[in-house]
Design a protein around this ligand. Sequence first.
Ligand SMILES: [Zn+2]
Length: 463
Amino acid sequence: MTTATPERADILIRRAYVVTLDAENRVFTDGAIAISGNRITWIGSSTDAAKIAASETIDAYGQIVLPGLIDAHFHTGQQLLRGKLQAIGRKRPLKLPVWKNYLIPWESCLEPEDVHLSGLVAYSNMLQVGTTCFAEAGGPHPDEMGRAALEVGIRGFISQSTVDQSENIGATVPPNMLFTHDEALEKNVSLVNRWKDGDRVKAWMSLRQVIVCSPALIRDIAAEAKAADVKIHTHLCEGSYEIDYTAEKFGLRPTEWLDSIGVLSHRLHCAHSVLLSDREVDLYQKHRISACHCAFGNYSIGHHRLIEMWRRGIDIGLGTDGPGGGGTLDIFQVARVTRVAQQAIHSSTLHWRDPISSEELLRIATQGGARALGIFDQVGTLEVGKKADILLCNVDSMDHKPMQDPLFVAASVVVGRDVDTVLVDGQVVMRKRELLGVDVERIEARLKERMPVISERFERLIA
Ligand SMILES: [Zn+2]
């Protein structure tokens, strides 16, 4: 699509390799992007851009410009747990599964100010590795996540950890993480209401997992999400115990059971979705359920059917599952791990050596995530009319040379730490790796103060 060159713009990015990831897969080798307000108003050559009067011009010579990456499954409340379980595991075997025995207990130790701090650290970390939008799986004190996201300048969807039954999990749910049906419903509905007028930051509903949510709550959250027209973030088909639970209790696999109670729709966003039967993949397609693949953890569960799901048109993005997943929040690395793991699956079973390319995975990390979060009309590619969530990546080191194909370098060589400058919603939020909305020294001082307090509480709880 060609658009007339505008006379002026708020921000003009010039002299870049512009990798649009649009439907025609356009790449401009001496490209420019004009931004006005929070939207991309024009994309073309740097020569044509010379006619545009801009309030601010960013010279991106020697940089690759990409759409921002999306982390489609994240746990803000677990950010400060990074490395802790590995340290404990060196002293004694960890109890499985980790989510019941450590992750929910850790979250229970957080005060509201700790969740705010976790958010500041996590969202700053995301911007520094090229993630411009996240979907929170559901944690404690979600309003504090929203406050942190607004300050840091990232786009995101926050949600409340939602658990209203604990008898099936063989572990104790800390009392402050276990709600009655009515409390759980009210917390979700009021959170969505408080954030409904938000633009860059909004709230979803959440159901932690079928095993810890009562059938009545699942039905009622689905009805409220429909009424409010928001998504529901959950974990689905993440463990064999979850399949045994619905099979033994209801005689159906998890997705089939959710279908039988009438809650499947495009509003349901299901992290992991690893152990899906053929019939369950059909249900994902039929009901337009979205999914998120978290490569760092998913291959310890099973063979994820990512390629099949993506090519059948199921909206699926990539996620880190928080720093507990793989340590890093770098979605470029999640994409690389996914490519190799999918190759291993298909090569070992079908001698299919090149089942998916890095370029296709970069598309899943951007467009796939945007589709899964229901915002592909707004972000996920560099196109005129879309919101300006944009990365400028340094590709001037020997690690990137020679530059024969910017798309290849973007998809196969660039990692999060190459990201130099980030725009979210038309605002520069990181410039030359400096985060503009964040007081790093203040964060470090707060970490020094709070980490010992939270750790001590946690260790007492899991002893
Ligand atoms: Zn998760």
